[in-house]
Each structure stands twice: as structure tokens, then as C-alpha cells.
Ligand binder design. Structure first.
Ligand code: ADP
Ligand code: MG
Length: 178
């Protein structure tokens, strides 16, 4: 006999991973383009967590996000600061770019930074935030970037985007693959 169809619930399930989209990105310029496309899906209050080894392309992707969001200041590696605020030039949200590698203490430290910006009104992009900033939001977009080969000269990257929580349940991440 056929198993009963699983019951679908409309109740919010914040921590449940949603749709995963996988992309191949062939150059730094394409990575920026992906950032510009992703920016169109982002709203104030969104948290984007970027993971991937040094030189994977997290900051390059964020540069494209900054361009897409039309924010002030070039996005650079925030290695010497923990977080940098890029104010919006237009009507969109500001971009807060965080390097969690230097954020030893996690969220408390993030709040102590006293950023002159309202986080719920901003798009927050965190490099290497796993285990540190999840508490900022039940809804998160996880982006993992891998070199397709171990070769550091190789420009091909595999990108995996997973929306977590209600916010991303209906977001059209698949549009990024088009
Ligand atoms: N497909 C690609 N996507 C992103 N960066 C790439 C790609 N191919 C080569 N690169 C290079 O890799 C480096 C990525 O650096 P960066 O974005 O600062 O990485 P991370 O922030 O992950 O440490 C840059 O020098 C960039 O030009
Ligand atoms: Mg970086």
C-alpha cells in the first residue's frame, strides 16, 4: 500500500532549510554579476552568510551586492575592520559588511560595535559567520563558495545558495541560475 502523503503545514518553521540553488561561476566578473543579481532579491533586514575558504570569492560577491544595492564606497576585504557600513545612495537599504573571522565573541561583540546604522533596515552580509551570527535572524541566506578544483589558479567556482526560514520560502533563488 502507498504511504500516506506527508502533511504539509502552513505554520512558519524558521530553522528549516529551504530551496538550494547550485551555480557554476567562471570568473570574478561573473561573481560580481551574481552579486548584482542577488541584490535584486534582497530586502532590508536580510542576513546573508558567506562561507568558503580564503580567496574563494566572498568579498568579490559582496562587491557585486554593493553595486546592485547602489551603496556608497567600494566593497573591499574588511580584514582590518570587523564591519563596514556602506550607506545607500538611493532608496535601497544600506549594506553592512562584516568579517566574522575577527569577531571572536560572536553576536555580543557585533552589538558592541555600535554601528551607526539600524540592522533591521540594512542588508547584512557576513563572511565566515557560521556559529557566530545566526542569532541575528531566523531567516538567513547561506552562500557557500568552493573552488571547483584545488588549483588556486583556477577561476571556476561552485556556489551553493540555501535560503533558511520563512523569508526565503517564496524567494525566487532559482532565478539566479537563469
Ligand atoms: N570565479 C571567481 N569568483 C570570484 N573570485 C575569483 C574567481 N576566479 C578568480 N577569482 C579571484 O579570487 C580572489 C577572490 O578573492 P576574495 O573575493 O577576496 O575572496 P574571499 O573574500 O573569499 O577571501 C580574487 O583575487 C578574484 O579575482
Ligand atoms: Mg573576504
Amino acid at each position: 500500500m502507498e504511504a500516506p502523503h506527508p502533511q504539509l503545514s502552513d505554520a512558519p518553521s524558521p530553522a528549516v532549510p529551504g530551496e538550494t540553488v547550485r551555480l557554476t561561476v567562471n570568473s570574478p566578473e561573473q561573481m560580481r554579476e551574481l552579486g548584482r543579481s542577488l541584490a535584486k532579491l534582497l530586502r532590508p533586514g536580510d542576513l546573508v552568510m558567506l562561507n568558503g575558504e580564503l580567496g574563494a570569492g566572498k568579498t568579490t560577491l559582496t562587491r557585486g551586492l554593493g553595486e546592485g544595492l547602489d551603496v556608497r564606497g567600494a566593497v573591499t576585504s574588511p580584514t582590518f575592520v570587523i564591519a563596514r557600513v556602506h550607506p545607500a545612495l538611493g532608496d535601497g537599504p544600506p549594506l553592512v559588511h562584516v568579517d566574522a573571522y575577527r569577531l571572536g565573541g560572536g553576536l555580543d561583540e557585533m552589538e558592541d560595535l555600535d554601528l551607526d546604522v539600524s540592522l533591521p533596515d540594512s542588508v547584512i552580509v557576513v563572511e565566515w559567520g557560521e556559529g557566530k551570527v545566526e542569532e541575528l535572524s531566523d531567516d538567513r541566506l547561506h552562500v557557500v563558495i568552493h573552488r571547483a578544483t584545488g588549483d588556486t589558479d583556477d577561476d571556476v567556482r561552485q556556489v551553493r545558495l540555501t535560503g533558511i526560514g520563512e523569508r526565503w520560502r517564496t524567494a525566487d533563488l532559482a532565478a539566479l541560475a537563469a
